[in-house]
Every structure is written in C-alpha cells, then in structure tokens.
Design a protein around this ligand. Structure first.
Ligand SMILES: [Zn+2]
Length: 334
C-alpha cells in the first residue's frame, strides 16, 4: 500500500490537514528521534555536497567571487509530489484532494553558519533564489499557494542540521493564509483602508516596538504578538506580492532579516531555535479576492521560547508570557 499523501478538509473548521506519511521515513522525523539528533552533527551531511550525495539539483546561485552559495534541490521526502492537477473530491461527508505540488529545499553552502551569520550578499542571494523559485513554481497551473519557510534547530522542526529553507506549494489555500487574507479583505471592505497600513501606522506612531528600519523595510514586535519575541518584517511600500520586489529592496529586506535574526540569536544565546516564513498573496489574483487591493506581504519570525499547551490548543487563545514592548526594547539594546 502506498503512503497516505493527501489534503483532507475538517468538516467543522474548514481547515485543511496534509497527510504526508512518506515523511515519517526521514531521519529524526518524530519526537522519539530528537535525542538521536543531538549526535546528528556527525558527517556525512547530505547537504554538504548535494551533487555528491545524489540530490536532484534544480538551480545553483553563486556569489560575486564565483563561490557557490545556494543550491536548490528537490526534497527527497516531499510532503507534496508533483503530478497532474487533481480536483477536490469527496469521501463520505469529507472533502479531500491529492497532495499535488512542489517541495524544494534551498541549501546554503556552509554547514555551520546560519542566517544571522550570513553576509548581506549571502542573505540577498538566498532571497533572490526564493523569488526565482517562486516565479518558476507559480507557472504550474494547479498551485494555489507557495509557502517559503525556514526552520532552524530541532525544537523548530529542522530534521537536518545543515541550514536550509524550504519552498512548498499547495493546491489549496492554507487555513492560516486564508484567515489572514479574508481578514484583510473584510477590514478593507469596512474601512476602505489596508489593514497592514493601519498596523504599520500604529507601530510607527508608537515607536516602542520597532527594532529596525531602513529605506525599504521596517521590523517590529507586533502589539498582538502571539509568541514571545515574535518579529515581523514589512516592506514600507504596500505591496501584496513578495515575488515582485526588485533587487534594491531585496537587499533592504536582507539587511532587516540579518539584523533581526542577529539580535534574536544574542537574546536566545545558544538555544536559538526559530521558524521564519513569508506570507504573500495566493499565486493567482481572483476577482473574488483581489489581494493587490488589500494585502501586504511580510516576513514573520517566530523564535521557540515556550511550548503550546492545553489552553492554547483548546481555545486558540495563545498565552504569551513576554510583553512585546519589553521584547523590542531588549532586542534593540542587546
Ligand atoms: Zn552540512
């Protein structure tokens, strides 16, 4: 029997769940394996030389000096697998669809150094590789959304120590993104103003939660931070689509990302586990949800500080034990 690999929609909440049973075959895929991972720094590392370890290479990016810096490869244990477009079907009262899509890994060519250690050039190249892969994957007609994310550290879900990011496309709009898009649309309908412009104006007026600012980007601990030391990075110019940013603002984004992650690394001092991800518009603009009118792409950075528990899961009310005003002050000062 082949591994279960499909999206199923919850009948009550409407949330989609991705079943990717093949991924349980990865090393350190489950919590049981976390202890084993302590020793995983031992070589050979599958990402030190992706060509030599038989990875399927999609593209490579070099630095100005000719040194190879980024290799994009196909994920060996994809959560979604490229195939023909499939409709949403029913199984009893439930909706489901095949786990169609692309799952790629963006590997940086250094086993030790992680994002906050990268030079401006190095981070800019990573962001450019994200943009280029996004544009290429977006050509596929069945994809609804393309999620770019980075996990670092075992508590943040990274199963391979070597620093890498992932790009995963889905045939459905992910629930968190759908909520955020629908909420932005609703706010726009009511207020004739983009919700993220309202948030940015408030943060800029209050100033105290802002950590970094350059010509193009601004980074702050949101007033409604769900997680301790959560940081969001926004382009100052309202833009619904990450993939449309030009090279100059890409460099501004890299500067903001390096700065914020560098500060977080210092605050977390050696126990820095984090996820960051890009939230942008769905692949295609639809007449029902014209995201360019009301959405604003951004990066969210979530360091792992405390674990979610019964109250958080049962109510959806996440308990944050750190005042974002204090988090921002600490990040600015360190
Ligand atoms: Zn490595």
């Amino acid at each position: 029997m082949s591994d279960l690999n499909e999206f199923r929609q919850d009948l009550v909440s409407g949330d989609w769940v991705l079943f990717a049973a093949g991924r349980s075959k990865r090393t350190n895929a489950t919590e049981k394996a976390v202890v084993a991972e302590e020793h995983q720094d031992a070589r050979p590392c599958p990402f030190d030389d992706p060509r030599a370890t038989g990875q399927e290479i999609i593209s490579e990016y070099k630095k100005e000096n000719g040194e190879l810096w980024v290799t994009v490869i196909k994920n060996k244990y994809p959560a979604v697998a490229s195939q023909v477009c499939m409709p949403i079907e029913t199984n009893g009262p439930f909706s489901w669809t095949a786990a169609n899509g692309f799952h790629e890994v963006v590997v940086t060519n250094d086993h030790q150094r992680i994002f906050p250690d990268f030079t401006l050039e190095e981070t800019t190249i990573v962001l450019k590789s994200y943009r280029e892969r996004y544009l290429d994957i977006a050509k596929n007609e069945c994809g609804e959304y393309i999620q770019i994310f980075n996990n670092f550290g075992k508590n943040a879900g990274a199963s391979i120590v070597h620093p890498h990011s992932q790009i995963l496309s889905t045939p459905i709009l992910p629930p968190v993104v759908a909520r955020s898009i629908n909420g932005s649309a609703e706010f726009y309908r009511k207020n004739k103003k983009k919700v993220h412009d309202t948030i940015l104006e408030w943060e800029m007026k209050q100033e105290k939660r802002i950590i970094f600012e350059n010509e193009f980007f601004i980074a702050f601990c949101p007033f409604t931070s769900k997680r301790p030391y959560e940081v969001r990075i926004f382009p100052k110019l309202s833009n619904a689509r990450f993939e449309t940013i030009d090279n100059q603002s890409m460099e501004g984004c890299a500067e903001a990302l390096n700065f914020v992650l560098g500060k977080l690394k210092k605050v977390f001092d050696g126990r820095f586990n984090f996820n960051f991800f890009i939230h942008t518009s769905p692949v295609r603009e639809s007449p029902d949800l014209p995201c360019s009118e009301f959405y604003h792409w951004h990066i969210e950075i979530i360091p792992h500080y405390s674990i979610l528990a019964g109250f958080d899961f049962s109510t959806g009310i996440v308990v944050n034990v750190i005042d974002p005003d204090q988090a921002a002050e600490e990040l600015r000062k360190i």
